[in-house]
Design a protein around this ligand. Structure first.
Ligand SMILES: Nc1ncnc2c1ncn2[C@@H]1O[C@H](COP(=O)(O)OP(=O)(O)OP(=O)(O)O)[C@@H](O)[C@H]1O
Length: 562
């Protein structure tokens, strides 16, 4: 029998290989759509370094574990979770996993196999608790992802963000000695950006603890909620190399939430000295400005406007478009004081020829995102209205915060091109009815790209929800789209929306494109729409198209009579 706490002090270590990545670093930008969603008591005003933060968590763990003992079997099981046993198989041979290949993705896998599994075992050993790890979570209405959300028996325990080595290498030497004011704007240097992001992630989820990790290096963050002075406390960077402190701190954070045992508080001190070294700086183009998706608007060709009305930063680089073509959007509440509203300035896509609705011209072309409608892999859709108007519209917001988001921006561009083609077909009477929501243009700017659309009234859950006549209506939409030479690419029930006038339309053309099918007849790719009512059409696939396979979920070509 041994004491669980003492056992952890001695053994809770992991042998992460040293990272082999280079030193260049990027970090995700802060989303100005997400910032206004933070409630006041969760919106940190500054971040403060706390050298004792990790120690506070370890002491809490020690208090909670107290005299808990560990049986011999349990001890053996747990030993196999930690260094050095974890890096050897039962024949005493070294597992290659734990010795080489120190890449970012590798460290991610090792983290899940090592730290998270050991954590689950400890919680189970201590109180039969069940650890649930959910990966890649976004907060409701938000978009910034977190690698793991840890919860125990239904209680949110903490968050884990696994960072790339290059970020951590760079942040290591940059972490402020005292703290920094939070500006919640872009253009920050790396360490403030990482810390601001941590505050955003915790604030949106209304959670207290975040562990940022990379291989051996960890930084612990705590969001101190307060009606007047919420702030983020963060630890210096600590290493799990030959130290059980980080693991104990993580277990302490989770245990404190699960057992409702407070961790020694971080007090607000109005005289706190904050570093000025890392004040917000205008660093020129943000990392995402370099994203080149081949569009004339991408990279540095377009103007870039960044504005946070709370600090009145407003930078115009070039001004080849008139003010009339611009649009501003915010997710701030319409009742919030003007100084706290966060407006994002947008310019139209270079090929945007679509006019905004009449009501947009009454005010300052400002669009209020009033209600979250839904999200998909490309972006979030909000209900919105223009200044001084009671008419509602939909806006699809795609966040372009890091180079990897270029693909989402491209998908929005492709989608807009289809809306543009549909609008042109409708205006030229090639189409007699709209088959998609009317589109009022596409815009982009400070970390976002948006599409303004007519608002629909919900989407289908399943094909079976359609009555016979509705089935036929939807079928005609798909047929008309096909006749225009456009494939939808993702004809699923959730991409069939009900219009507010009681009809149907197709949405989400992010997978769409041109098709090369010959002929204009309807074909079997809509068999689920027609097979019950029109059995004679079943399998009459006279064309070959991607929609066909996507919608039927099978390869239909062999059944087609081309
Ligand atoms: N014009 C609209 N009016 C009302 N709701 C809409 C509208 N467009 C989209 N939505 C809602 O927003 C959700 C996400 O939109 P959409 O499918 O276009 O996003 P996406 O990111 O391209 O999704 P996917 O992952 O399917 O490609 C839809 O499922 C729907 O509920």
């Amino acid at each position: 029998m041994s004491n669980l706490h003492d056992f952890l002090v001695e053994h809770a270590m992991f042998p992460f290989p040293q990272p082999n990545e280079g030193t260049s670093a990027d970090a995700t930008d802060i989303s100005l759509v997400e910032v206004p969603l933070l409630e006041r008591e969760w919106k940190a005003n500054h971040v403060v370094r706390d050298h004792t933060l990790v120690q506070k968590l370890c002491s809490t763990l020690e208090n909670i574990l107290g005299d808990t003992t560990l049986g011999a079997d349990a001890e053996n099981d747990l030993l196999s979770r930690f260094s050095p046993k974890i890096q050897f198989n039962r024949h005493g041979q070294e597992k290659p996993d734990w010795t080489g290949n120190a890449s970012e993705s590798h460290s991610w896998v090792l983290f899940a196999k090592g730290v998270l599994e050991a954590l689950g075992d400890c919680l189970c050993e201590y109180g039969g608790y069940n650890l649930l790890t959910e990966t890649e979570q976004v907060a409701f209405r938000g978009s910034s992802r977190i690698d793991y959300v840890l919860s125990v028996d239904g209680k949110d325990g903490g968050l884990l963000q696994v960072k790339s080595p290059s970020v951590m290498n760079n942040v290591r030497g940059l972490l402020p000695q005292n703290g920094i004011e939070l500006t919640w704007a872009r253009g920050q240097t790396l360490a403030p950006k990482v810390l601001t992001k941590a505050a955003l992630i915790l604030g949106l989820r209304q959670m207290e603890w975040l562990f940022i990790t990379c291989h051996n290096y960890w930084v612990v963050c705590r969001l101190v909620r307060d009606d007047h002075h919420p702030f983020l406390a963060y630890s210096p960077m600590i290493s799990i190399d030959h130290s059980s402190v980080p693991f104990r701190a993580l277990l302490g954070a989770i245990m404190s939430v699960v057992r409702n045992v407070p961790v020694e508080p971080n007090e607000f001190n109005p005289n706190m000295e904050l570093d000025t070294l890392f004040e917000q700086q205008d660093e020129g183009p943000s990392p995402t400005d370099d994203i080149d998706d081949g569009s004339p608007n991408s990279a540095s060709s377009g103007e870039e406007i960044a504005n946070d009305s709370s600090n009145t930063r407003n930078t115009h680089r070039t001004g080849h478009r008139t003010a009339e073509s611009r649009l501003m959007i915010t997710s701030s509440s319409q009742h919030s004081p003007e100084f706290s509203q966060v407006w994002i300035h947008l310019r139209p896509f270079s090929n945007n020829t679509l006019p905004l609705p009449q009501c947009a011209k009454i005010g300052n072309r400002r669009l209020w995102l009033t209600c979250f409608v839904g999200s998909g892999s490309t972006g979030n859709v909000w209900k919105c209205r223009f200044d001084g108007s009671g008419d509602f519209f939909a806006v699809k917001v795609v966040e372009v915060l890091r180079p990897a988001d270029a693909d989402k921006r491209q998908r929005l561009r492709d989608e807009f091109n289809i809306y543009l083609a549909l609008e042109q077909a409708y205006q030229s009477r090639q189409l007699h009815h709209r088959i998609a929501p009317r589109c009022y243009g596409a815009f982009e700017g400070n970390g976002v790209a948006v599409l303004v659309l007519d608002l629909c009234d919900g989407v289908l859950n399943e094909w079976g929800a359609l009555s016979d006549s509705e089935r036929s209506q939807v079928y005609k939409l798909a047929r008309d789209l096909h006749r225009l030479g456009i494939s939808h690419g993702d004809l699923e029930p959730q991409n069939i929306a009900r219009t507010r006038e009681g009809g149907f339309c197709l949405i989400d053309f992010s997978e769409g494109g041109r098709h090369t099918c010959k002929g204009s007849k309807v074909h079997g790719h809509f068999t689920h729409l027609i097979d019950i009512r029109q059995p004679h059409l079943k399998n009459r696939c006279v064309m070959n198209c991607e929609d066909c396979e996507a919608a039927c979920g099978t390869k239909v070509r062999p059944r087609c009579r081309h």
